[in-house]
Design a protein around this ligand. Structure first.
Ligand code: SF4
Length: 253
């Protein structure tokens, strides 16, 4: 079933569980992304969401709500310890505990006393993540989400300086036009290594000059020259923008 329409019945909860259900419906947890929708009438519901112990007052109303649901699939979800087993209210005066022949009432307060429960979500109250997990289990989508992957520790690489990353993006588009994807990208990688290893413009100039002289392939030599001239152009533009900004907002040099 892709979407599950639920009708919520409070059979005597302290409202703790109801607040968590509201939480699950809000955009932060957003249970609607699992296809779950709250409906205002049991006649449109696939599932009955029960919170709270089954009190004498609520018993018949809850039963009528269940009977008003379409015959299939008629799922019952007990949310919270009270709905699962009566919880802290198991011996409350609000539940009839002794059996009386002519009267039909719950004895201990658990939802399963009068309905076939398909899913128990215990907790007082259960956390929104637990409700989400329970619903995902019911919809059989947990298996799909869990991958049997072992954690392997990797080496953490610090992100490169944002300026160099920005320059690389600009150069990539240009060198691709000159040398194509494969040669262009591998040459750009070499060039950016030179940029990152140099401390000053002069040092970079020397490194690029050496790389051009050492390169046997004339096409790559041409690419390196182009990259260097593009790089200088980008840096000049950047410095121009920075100077203009400084002039406007009065930043020190
Ligand atoms: S399980 Fe806890 S929070 Fe939920 S209705 Fe019972 S007492 Fe309240």
């Amino acid at each position: 079933m892709k979407s599950l329409w639920v009708f919520h019945v409070n059979t005597g909860a302290c409202n703790g569980c109801d607040i968590e259900i509201l939480d699950v419906l809000t955009p932060y947890y957003d249970i609607e992304r699992l296809g779950v929708k709250l409906v205002p009438t049991p006649r449109h519901a696939h599932a009955l969401l029960v919170t709270g112990p089954l009190t004498r007052q609520a018993y018949h109303a809850a039963k009528m709500a269940y009977e008003a649901m379409p015959p299939k699939p008629r799922i019952v979800i007990a949310v919270g310890t009270c709905a699962c087993s009566g919880g802290i209210f198991h011996d409350s005066y609000a539940l009839r505990r002794e059996y009386r022949e002519s009267l039909e009432y719950p004895l201990k307060g658990g939802t399963s006393e009068f309905l076939p429960v398909h899913l128990y979500i215990p907790g007082c109250p259960p956390r929104p993540e637990e409700i989400l997990y329970g619903v995902a289990l019911l919809k059989n989508i947990v298996e799909k989400k869990i991958r049997g992957e072992l954690f392997r520790e990797g080496t953490f690489v610090l992100p490169r300086e944002s300026f160099n990353a920005w320059v690389e993006v600009l150069l990539r588009a240009r060198i691709r036009k000159e040398l194509g994807y494969f040669d262009g990208y591998s040459l750009l990688k070499r060039f950016m290594e030179l940029v990152e290893s140099s401390e000053s413009k002069e040092e970079l100039e020397k490194l690029v000059e050496k790389a051009i002289n050492d390169e046997g392939d004339s096409r790559l030599r041409y690419g390196l020259e182009k990259l260097y001239s593009y790089y200088l152009e980008v840096v000049r533009t950047y410095e121009g923008i920075l100077a203009a900004k400084r002039a406007i907002i009065g930043l020190p040099k």
